[in-house]
Ligand binder design. Structure first.
Ligand SMILES: Nc1ncnc2c1ncn2[C@@H]1O[C@H](COP(=O)(O)OP(=O)(O)OP(=O)(O)O)[C@@H](O)[C@H]1O
Ligand SMILES: [Mg+2]
Length: 469
């Protein structure tokens, strides 16, 4: 087997090159409807690209237009964020506001979101750099493996001029060596040497690492002993006899690491965050409220106060260096069932000038959500059962009926949006899923009658539907 790095299927496409229309197009493949939200996000992203093209003094003036997405539960707010993350070549992080607590309380402090974002950027830049030096690393690893398979002759040294016959002999030996090495290279590429083993130095990977708990939070202090005492732990290695293929991979990883300049990666990660980082703050409504006084409200308003400087622009210390947050784009989202956006402290409201509302889903939307998005629910079940030879299909009426029932249950119990589809579908398919491939390969078609047969008993009884659907 030739020494190759595993191909990555998740290579990032550059969101930066996409126009707003194209970004919306990409999102359309996963999220049904909710056009205003998609548009707002797309415009904000594009504006940042536009900003990069301005002269620096002017660019510094343009602050990002942060977005607040408002909409009932289960209509696609988080889904938009998730898909953006996958699309985005910008460092992107989604956090839940409810996870944070005010400084001084036990829990994660708000600044840690910036540190996590830098960490995400670090991985992103590292992956890009690794892709750049991939071929170089593969070549270097191959040479080193060949050295192990056929150790190069030791050069003679310091013996004065040689007699001509000896020089001629040495030249032939070198020639011979080179030919053998090339032959080995071909055999290696053809996988003919995989059965052989070679002796190789391997680093002891079991490095102790510890965390120090501090008021700054765990992450900041997460330094492994290796970084502190390279001589003590980094140098420890053992000789091991390993199959050629494995040796190739070990050498490759070593070369790959060696070609990366960690400082440079860190510097670029910080730059990337400062100029194009995106922080998605989900569940922002959970920290809304400013009645103040006592109880959880103190901490909630505190989280908002802690959030404020970060959104307005401050410097956060991270393990890769200080990071300015002025140009990070913030997208906040929340259902705002109980609280309203106006319950956020005024300063924070002002920092999210773009408001987009996500609309409740209609029956038609649900039909589309069942079928259309990449990895839609129906296709998931089809794929799962397909692994056991069951070919599952749904009639047009059945899909419509599923959506109709979902709407009805949402209306009569609680509206949980598209999430309702999952529980309903689970109930409808429970027999098929239980049987699986037991009855041998077969085709199963679910019709509207089947959907009604499974769901009617549950629908008749309010309490049952409350618990099961
Ligand atoms: N517009 C939509 N298009 C496609 N799928 C959707 C859509 N809305 C919801 N879904 C599906 O429903 C699930 C829940 O949606 P999502 O997580 O986006 O809800 P949310 O709006 O963030 O709600 P909450 O306020 O409760 O967090 C998603 O995993 C997705 O599969
Ligand atoms: Mg959500």
């Amino acid at each position: 087997m030739p020494i190759r790095l595993p191909a990555r299927s998740d290579e990032l496409r550059t969101l930066d090159l996409l126009t707003p229309r194209e970004i919306v197009g990409e999102l359309d493949r996963y999220v049904v409807g909710q056009n205003p939200a998609k548009r707002a996000v797309a415009i904000a992203l594009r504006n940042r690209m536009r900003r990069h093209k301005l002269p620096p003094e002017q660019a510094a003036e343009v602050t990002p237009k942060n977005i607040l997405m408002i909409g009932p539960t289960g209509v696609g707010k988080t889904e938009i964020a998730r898909r953006l993350a996958q699309l985005s070549a910008s460092p992107f992080l989604k956090v839940e506001a409810s996870k944070f607590t005010e400084v001084g309380y036990v829990g994660r402090d708000v600044e840690s979101m910036v540190r996590d974002l830098v960490e995400a950027a670090f991985d992103l830049v590292r992956r890009e750099k690794q892709a750049e030096v991939r071929e170089k690393a593969e070549r270097a690893a191959e040479e080193r493996l060949l050295d192990l398979l056929l150790p190069p002759p030791q050069p003679r040294s310091g013996e004065g001029p040689q007699p001509p016959e000896a020089a001629e002999g040495a030249r032939q030996a070198r020639e011979q060596f080179r030919a053998t090495r090339e032959k080995l290279r071909q055999q290696l590429a053809a996988g003919q040497l995989d059965a052989r083993t070679v002796e190789i130095e391997v680093q002891d990977r079991r490095l102790p690492s510890f965390q120090i708990l501090s008021s700054q939070g765990v992450e900041e202090m997460d330094v492994s002993v290796k970084d502190l005492l390279p001589g003590l732990f980094g140098g420890r290695s053992r000789r091991r006899s390993v199959p050629v293929a494995e040796a190739g991979q070990i050498l490759l990883q070593e070369e790959w690491e060696r070609l990366l300049d960690a400082d440079q990666v860190a510097r670029q990660a910080v730059e990337r965050v400062e100029s194009s980082g995106i922080l998605f703050i989900d569940e922002i409504d959970k920290v809304a409220g400013r009645e103040g006084g006592h109880g959880p409200d103190v901490s909630r308003e505190g989280v908002q106060r802690d959030l404020l400087p970060i959104v307005e622009g401050t410097t956060v210390t991270t393990k890769h260096g200080p990071v300015r947050t002025d140009h990070i784009l913030f997208i906040a989202a929340g259902a705002f069932h109980v609280s309203k956006p106006s319950d956020l402290i005024p300063e924070l409201q002002g920092r999210f000038p773009i408001r987009v509302e996500l609309t409740p889903l209609t029956e038609d939307d649900l039909v589309r959500i069942l079928r259309e998005p990449r990895g839609a629910l129906l296709t998931q079940y089809q794929a799962l059962l397909g692994t056991e030879g069951v070919e599952l299909s749904f009639t047009e009426d059945a899909v419509r009926e599923l959506a109709r029932v979902a709407m009805e249950v949402n209306r009569t119990t609680e509206n949980i949006g598209a999430r309702r589809l999952a529980t309903i579908l689970e109930s409808v398919l429970d027999e098929v899923s239980f049987e699986g491939g037991d009855a041998g390969p077969r085709a199963v078609e679910i019709g509207a009658a089947e959907v009604q047969r499974k769901l009617a008993p549950l629908l008749r009884d309010q309490d049952l539907s409350r618990f099961i659907l």
